[in-house]
Design a protein around this ligand. Structure first.
Ligand code: BGP
Length: 448
């Protein structure tokens, strides 16, 4: 397969999420959501009230995406902008905002990829128990139906739920995202509710005869060990089953990894799963699997005899590994290892690399230009892996740089930048970074 042939079968794009870019938290009828409340409660010194004010700069931003030559753009819809109470009355202004995005992208010939849920839950739904309350699944479906009906024929690529694993881990185990719980039983039940919500949305999408494709977006991490001792290999399996396969397996088969399921139900009494749940999940597998890839994890055995998952393994640093300031290892090979593991276990499946990128505190020079060479090297190394996988026969239909533009990093604020487009946070001026110009050339097939 030549590079040209590979590029014919894949769309190159970039991604954002509503809460991280839009700002305008109280404009035009938007309701309050879980993250609005989170920043109010936690006084972190930053919040999403302005973010990069994409809500008011949307025309300019989309124009810049076009200038970079993006072939596709992944964004999420803010549920509380559409339904301020989470259910009930529709806020037309909210729909109009996304109409503008979708129509402009289509005019530019940029394929819109709409994520239905990227973590910002309407506050009234959080107050009634959030994702732990199965009623929220029905509320989610009500919201999905509105968007399906409204964008039918205009949006062809859909994502159901972004990274349930992160929300489960950070929201219900570590307590660092809303609703800031530390409760394994709740975490496991919530993970199941996310899977049910995603399967039910996929069902509705197909029943409504929507054009295009829909799938869940996961962040499975490949797991390695430094030394292949018997104990470390057991720890590796626990870690992979709990953090990655716990989500991949239901997305591709409708079932949880059996050993881990038995362990969790015995230890934590969760998740509770009915026969109808299995039926729903088995019968509604996504058209593709969304994979967000940033890094691998390396683990070693801790206390394998403990009856708690958190005691069984710990994360270790690779002595000669390359890490970002935020401790994320740069390891492009991990993407290949991960997709190979998924294919070996489950067979061939269409994959969308729905996020990939590097966060660091890049600074503009005296002319306001971001010379983000580290980002270019990171992206180069990763798109090479993607091209290589395509050449080996992997079905990868799209790839998205995280992120199209600098944005709010949930618990790191604004210093950790990801964008191909830089934002001056004092003036909100935008400028294409060196990486944006590099990506443009890459998409055109002109880079070295
Ligand atoms: C993914 C999320 C994104 C984004 C990215 C970078 O998990 O889907 O929303 O935030 O990670 O993470 P962070 O901002 O924590 O560095």
């Amino acid at each position: 397969m030549t590079r040209e042939e590979i590029h014919k079968n894949i769309l190159w794009g970039a991604a954002t999420a509503a809460y991280q870019v839009e700002g305008a938290t109280y404009c035009d009828g938007k309701g309050k959501n879980s993250w609005d409340e989170y920043y109010e409660l936690n006084h972190l010194g930053y919040d999403g009230d302005i973010a990069v004010d994409h809500y008011h700069h949307v025309a300019e931003d989309l124009k810049l995406f076009h200038e970079i030559g993006l072939q596709t753009y992944r964004f999420s819809v803010s549920w509380s902008r559409i339904l301020p109470e989470g259910t009930g009355e529709i806020n037309q202004k909210g729909l109009e905002f996304y109409d503008f995005i979708v129509d402009t992208l289509n005019e530019y010939g940029i394929e819109p990829y709409l994520t239905l849920y990227h973590w910002d839950l309407p506050l009234p739904l959080l107050k009634k128990g959030g994702w732990l309350n199965p009623e929220v699944i029905d509320d989610f479906l009500g919201y999905c139906r509105i968007l399906f009906e409204h964008f039918k024929g205009r949006v062809r690529l859909w994502g159901t739920i972004n990274e349930p694993a992160s929300e489960v881990m950070e929201g219900y185990i570590q307590g660092t995202h809303p609703p800031q719980e530390k409760n394994y039983a709740h975490a496991l039940q919530v993970s199941h509710h996310y899977n049910l919500a995603s399967a039910a949305a996929i069902k509705m999408f197909h029943e409504m005869g929507m054009d295009g494709k829909i799938g869940i977006v996961l962040n499975p991490m490949p797991i390695d060990v430094l030394e292949e001792t018997e104990d470390n290999l057991k720890a590796k399996k626990y870690a992979y089953d709990f953090m990655s396969d716990w989500y991949i397996s239901p997305a591709l088969t409708g079932h949880y990894p059996q050993d881990m399921l038995e362990f969790c139900q015995k230890t934590y009494g969760a998740p509770k799963i009915s026969e109808e749940d299995y039926k729903l999940m088995e019968e509604n597998i996504g058209d593709y699997l969304g994979v967000n890839y940033y890094m691998r994890r390396v683990v070693e055995a801790k206390n394998l005899h403990s009856d708690k998952i958190e005691d069984k393994f710990s994360f270790v640093r690779v002595p000669d590994g390359k890490y970002t300031k935020w401790g994320w290892e740069i390891y492009p090979q991990g993407l290949e290892n991960l997709l190979k593991q998924i294919y070996n276990q489950y067979g061939k499946k269409e994959i969308i690399i729905s996020e990939n990128g590097i966060g660091f505190d890049d600074q503009a020079d005296e002319n306001g230009f971001f010379q983000d060479n580290e980002r270019i090297s990171y992206l180069k190394e990763h798109v090479e892996v993607v091209e290589d996988l395509c050449a080996q026969g992997f079905d990868i239909s799209a790839y998205y740089v995280w992120s199209a533009i600098d944005l709010l990093s949930w618990t790191n604020g604004y210093q950790k930048r990801y964008g191909l487009i830089g934002v001056d946070y004092n003036t909100l001026e935008r400028s294409i970074k060196k990486s944006g110009f590099w990506y443009k050339k890459f998409i055109l097939g002109e880079d070295a």
